[in-house]
Each structure stands twice: as C-alpha cells, then as structure tokens.
Write a protein that binds this ligand. Sequence first.
Ligand SMILES: *Cc1c(COP(=O)(O)O)cnc(C)c1O
Length: 285
Amino acid sequence: MKIFKLPSPVEELKSDFLSNKRVQLWIKRDDLIHTEVSGNKWRKLKYNIEEARNKNYKRILTFGGAYSNHIAATAVVGKLFNVETIGVIRGDEGFENKTLLKAREDGMKLHFVSRSAYRQKNEPDFIECLKEKFGKFYLVPEGGANDLGVKGCEEILRETEANYDFIAVAAGTGTTASGIYKSMKAGMLMVFPALKGGEFLLEEIKKHESAIEIDLQANYHFGGYGKTKPDQLAFMQEFQSQYSIELDKIYTSKLFFGLFDLIKKNYFSQGSKILVIHTGGLQGN
Ligand SMILES: *Cc1c(COP(=O)(O)O)cnc(C)c1O
C-alpha cells in the first residue's frame, strides 16, 4: 500500500494526428505514482508529512470541498504514515459521497463547515477555534498549497532529462505549476487552469524565482471548477480508447483537450517537443 512508484515513467504518445502535425508529445505519468493518492497530491504532501512527523505532530488538519482529491489523498497518506487526519469540509453536516466515505474509511475525521466559515480558513481566530476543538495539529492549507508543497513539485522535472520546448500542466491553486516553474531550465511553461478566471494564477506562479516564460491558457475551463461540457467528456472517452490512458474530469481532460485543440490549430511549430504532466486525479472518476 505504501508503495509510491517513483520516479514516475515518461511515455511518448504516438498517433497519426501527432505525426501529421509534426509535434512530439510525452506524458509524465504522475497518475501512476499511487492508486489512491493522486499523483501531484503526493508530491505536495510529501514534505508536509515529513515536517509534521519531524516535529512530532500526532495529527494533520487540512481543508477541502466534498469532492477534493487533496482530502482523499491526505486521508490515505495519514493512514500510511500513522498520523491522524482531520478534514475541514465545505458543506452540510451529513453530506456523503464516495470521496468522503472513503476518506472516513481511511480514518479521517470530517468536520463540516458552512461556506462562510470555510472562507475564514486562513484566519488565525478560526484556526485557534479548530485547535480548541481538535487539539494541536499540523496545518496543511487547502490543496496542499504551501512552500513545502511547491518543494515536492520541484521534483517532477528533476526526475526527467528535461529537454522539451514546452511543459504543459493543469492548475487549481498553481502549486504544482510553481514547482515546475522553479525547476525548469529551458522551454516554455504552459498552464491550463481548471477554473474560470484563472488569469490570477500567472502572478501566483511568478512569485517564485525563475527565468522561464509562462503561457497561460485560461480559456479551457469548460464553465469553471468542477464543471464539464459534453465535448470535453467525449474527448476524454476518445483519448482513453485511442491511447489507453485515463484522464479525469476536473483537470487533465481540460488540459489535454486544450493542448490538442492548440495542436490542431497549428499553435506549435513543426518539430516541437512537448511534455505533459499527468497529475492524476483518477480517484474522482
Ligand atoms: C489538485 C489537482 C491539480 C491542481 O494542482 P494545483 O497544484 O492545485 O494547481 C491538477 N491535477 C489534478 C489531477 C489534481 O488532482
């Protein structure tokens, strides 16, 4: 169970479409890191769990929505490393779905809060109340979005001989993209936000040190975070049957749809080498 498949493999994707367009495309298969812990969620938790254990914390508390891959991943990682986990969930007490049921099964204590309370998740007073309720804890922000999360994501490219013109990644909080940005030596970083209004991510990522250029593709959100469109879902099916690689609805299908759309429109010059990060997320399917 505790087996994390690292370094994750890089596979070339081959098809007539890609060879006709004269682009080469590889996938960094972070989706294969673990069956239950979504790829980039492990990257982001790795140094956080290490820090929590080094500092002798008995429990980790984190935040997420009811369908959160991060909540699911934290619950499993807590179980694997014998650390208690508490998930502060945005939603009504008693709400159940597969993600939450599984998190509970993995030993996570769920604490539901209203939308307005959830918005205070970074306020010291709110966190103090949580400490009174649950005891001392190591706090991991929503989505694993902290410096240690970024540090873990810097390892994605360190595992590959980076020799690509473009590196493409999906984004929610931009933590994964930030780690890639910091560790890139050459080429262009392409970021595909899974949410509406993802333009803010550019500044978020650029807070980190790097000489790399960013190409933010903010138009492939398909209605917003957690929303889907029929053409996106059809693409996801087709992709899976053609390449035998599963994508998720929230992030990676939007990323690949966007990328393939750009390839179709001859956005990339001939001979371009593209590395796409498959961040995982398949637990949500
Ligand atoms: C959470 C998640 C992301 C977003 O990662 P950020 O670091 O928050 O940008 C991307 N892909 C998948 C599959 C995810 O689960």
